[in-house]
Ligand binder design. Structure first.
Ligand code: UDP
Length: 339
């Protein structure tokens, strides 16, 4: 089984490649390193003891993709490659639409040319906006997206559904991720944001490492247990394993529907302050934080009903928030050479 992973050098992609090898699959990784570093591939090889094929290429270019499919006998695709900053997407909408939607269209076209019929797509719980009822199920309504990034995920889901409708024999699993945190327990791969992090996890670890002076917690006047926002924080290795489960569903079973959608979360909500406390408990390091005003575009609370994935993919999240924080800290320390 040879899996083409697009964006396999990124945070979720690199952890997924580790799990694909653990499940006995082979990997071709295509990534243009627009938001990741090539050394991550060496680290993944060191963890797995395998040598994944790495191709530095932009997949919005048809010829690049065609060459990959021509040179490798690809059985299935996991498509991560996309721009992912919510804030940046507001500043650069055209780049986000062109890259994220363009890559998905090109990929489907070339998969069709080479008769590759199995796709796992990385989507996001951002498609639910602020849900009226919690936890969210896969049937919860899709809300108007707050940002171009959110729209790209909604549009790509729709494109995949329309493509599957028009092409009998094509199957896809769409995974709607909640908030990935943590790192591989070796501490050798992890989240590697460029510049000032937008996301909570790396902001906490960089503050603990002394790179950022203070973590700003955006708002404590929400209708939540301690007033800070609630999210469903999932260990990235659990999230990675969901991709293997999704592929196995496509390979082993003949799915009853051509496109299956799953929430990938823990099923539990935690506040931002609880994440900080979990980090402090796991590491013994206190995080310098301050409460500031709300961040524009943040939703108040969301967490997953992950029962469908458990029932149909035989997958569930197993690692705790504290473990995730500990592993994220191992990675930050390792990367910064902190003893
Ligand atoms: N957050 C925060 N300070 C930060 C980064 C994030 O308080 O420096 C909060 C943010 O307001 C949200 C939660 O942490 O409530 C998760 O934010 P993140 O950007 O990691 O993910 P999102 O849920 O927005 O995709």
């Amino acid at each position: 089984m040879k899996v083409l992973v697009t964006g396999g050098t990124g945070f979720i992609g690199s952890h997924t490649i580790v799990e694909l090898y653990a499940a006995g699959m082979d990997v071709v990784n295509v990534d243009n390193l627009s938001n990741s570093e090539a050394f991550i591939n060496d680290r993944v090889n060191a963890i797995t003891g395998k040598h994944s094929t790495f191709i530095n290429a932009d997949i919005t270019n048809e010829d690049n993709l065609r060459n990959i499919f021509r040179n490798h006998s690809i059985d299935a695709v996991i498509h991560f490659a996309a721009f992912k900053s919510v804030n940046e997407s507001v500043e650069k909408p055209l780049e986000y639409y062109k890259n994220n939607i363009g890559a998905t269209i090109t990929l489907l076209k070339i998969m069709d040319e080479f008769k590759v019929t199995q796709l796992v797509f990385s989507s996001s719980c951002t498609v639910y906006g602020q849900p009226d009822e919690l936890p969210v199920t896969e049937d919860s309504p899709i809300k108007e997206a707050a940002t171009p990034y959110g729209y790209t995920k909604q549009v790509c889901e729709q494109i995949i559904m329309d493509f599957a409708h028009a092409n009998a024999g094509f199957y896809s699993v769409i995974l709607r991720y909640f908030n990935p945190v943590g790192a591989h327990n070796s501490g050798t791969i992890g989240e590697l944001p460029r510049g000032v992090p937008n996301n909570l996890g790396p902001y906490i670890t960089q503050t603990a490492a002394g790179i950022r002076e203070v973590l700003k917690i955006f708002g404590n006047d929400y209708d939540t247990p301690d007033g800070t926002c609630v999210r469903d924080f999932i260990h990235v290795c659990d999230l990675a394993k969901a991709h293997v489960a999704a592929l196995q569903k496509l390979i082993k079973e003949k799915p009853t529907q051509s496109v299956l959608v799953y929430n990938v979360g823990t099923g539990k909500g935690n506040t931002v302050l609880e994440v900080v406390k979990a980090f402090e408990k796991a590491t013994g390091i206190s995080v310098n934080y301050t409460i500031t005003g709300r961040r524009e575009g943040d939703i108040e609370k969301i967490w997953a009903n992950a029962a469908k994935a458990e029932k149909e993919l035989h997958w569930k999240a197993e690692r705790s928030l504290e473990e995730a924080m500990l592993h994220a800290w191992l990675w930050e320390k390792n990367y910064r050479n902190i003893l």
